[in-house]
Design a protein around this ligand. Structure first.
Ligand SMILES: *Cc1c(COP(=O)(O)O)cnc(C)c1O
Length: 385
């Protein structure tokens, strides 16, 4: 089976992990700090806080932004459930903004309309989470402008997008947002096995994120109530979690960072190659926004069902039968049973639902060979004949 995505682990990566295993620290030691500094420097952000997953990163980012029960959090329906669940963890109500039919990112026009309506009803969101779908940045300038006008915090879910750029900024710089979240799950651009990170330029967010990662505990006398009892002393000043990442994982992450640009270049090369090989197929190929340099986490095509005598599902099943691990990103979050029970309905976000009826993620990862890619293209050609 050719999977839709997979990690790329080098001997150097393995050496880096083994080095940590031989060291004095297995968790919350120097490798974590090194990894954080490496990512912050690369992205051009002041602060980075590594945690156990992007899901944990989204949770603590929402808490740091002050998300509370009764608040609203808006995101894209075309995302992994974690982008919305983080609102529920904080007792807030998630809601969605339909997608742009070209980029499959949250539509800025739809956002603007929904904000105008919400303002009249006094139900403005406290947080908006744009998701950089498939590695292509959302229109962050416009979203940041709306954030200022309507007073919401912007948290970028850049789980797909480390190594990408928006205009002349790196994704993760937080030039147009309050915080940015990365995922280091094995199918993502770089991996730590499991892992995530929050980047920010704000010191107050940074200090809060560090505490929330570890039980809400501080050892810094500046944040304590009263005097320190002595060198052993710490205080819990809020409710946090154990969301720490290990040094073992961070050792892998720091090593993977050395090849980030190479990974993205290879993904873009394979994606360009798909573009030219699939040019005449009954497919809508990915559209590239001129402001974005995509990290190309996913290569998504849409079936032109009017030109194909088969259903979406048939095409999918035939790909799988031929050993191609095609996938679908994403089932619109509001159509999940859990969200339906909260009152969302099919039909609420028609653009995301239409997209779901036609989209297929083809295999794309740095280790995919041109032979394998040719096989994917040939198989598709046969399916469409
Ligand atoms: C993978 C992913 C997440 C969750 O990442 P984990 O590190 O697995 O918790 C969140 N949002 C998006 C858009 C993702 O693709």
């Amino acid at each position: 089976m050719i999977p839709y995505g997979r990690q790329d682990i080098s001997e150097e990566d393995i050496r880096s992990v083994v080095e940590v295993l031989r060291s004095d620290w297995l968790t919350q030691g120097p490798a974590v700090e090194r990894f954080e500094q490496e990512v912050a420097r690369y992205c051009g952000a002041k602060y980075a806080v590594a945690v156990s997953s992007a899901t944990a990163a989204l949770h603590v980012a929402c808490l740091a932004a002050g998300l509370k029960p009764g608040d609203a959090l808006w995101t894209s329906p075309n995302t992994f459930v974690a982008s919305a669940n983080c609102g529920l963890y904080c007792g807030a109500r998630p809601d969605f903004v339909d997608i742009d039919p070209r980029t499959y990112n949250l539509s800025v026009d739809a956002l603007e309309e929904k904000l105008a309506r919400a303002e009249k009803q006094g139900r403005l969101p406290r947080i908006v989470i744009p998701v950089h779908f498939a590695g292509q940045s959302c229109d962050m300038d416009a979203i940041a402008g709306l954030g200022k006008r309507y007073g919401f915090t912007v948290i970028e879910d850049a789980s797909h997008a480390i190594g990408g750029r928006y205009r002349d900024t790196r994704v993760g710089s937080c030039a147009f947002s309050d915080m940015t979240v990365f995922s280091f799950h094995p199918v993502k651009i770089i991996t730590t096995g499991e892992g995530g990170m929050v980047l920010t330029n704000r010191q107050d967010f940074y200090e809060k994120l560090v505490r929330l990662r570890s039980h809400g505990i501080t050892r810094d006398p500046r944040f304590m109530e009263g005097e320190s009892d002595g060198p052993w002393y710490y205080q819990q000043i809020e409710l946090g979690f154990n969301y720490r990442i290990t040094d073992i994982q961070a050792g892998l992450g720091a090593s993977q960072m050395q090849r980030l640009d190479e990974f993205v270049a290879r993904r873009r090369q394979l994606s360009d190659r798909y573009d030219s090989l699939l040019r005449d197929f009954p497919l809508t190929l990915p559209w590239r926004h001129p402001d974005a340099y995509s990290a190309v986490h996913l290569y998504v095509v849409r079936l032109r069902l009017d030109l194909i005598g088969k259903t979406h599902r048939q095409v999918f099943e035939e790909l799988r039968q031929h050993g191609i691990g095609a996938n679908l990103h994403y089932i619109p979050v509001h159509t999940q049973p859990y969200y339906q029970k909260m009152g969302f309905r099919k039909g609420d976000f028609p653009e995301a639902e239409r997209y779901y009826g036609e989209a297929i993620s083809l295999p794309l990862y740095p280790g995919l060979t041109e032979n394998e890619q040719d096989y994917v293209v040939l198989t598709l050609r046969n399916i469409f004949q």
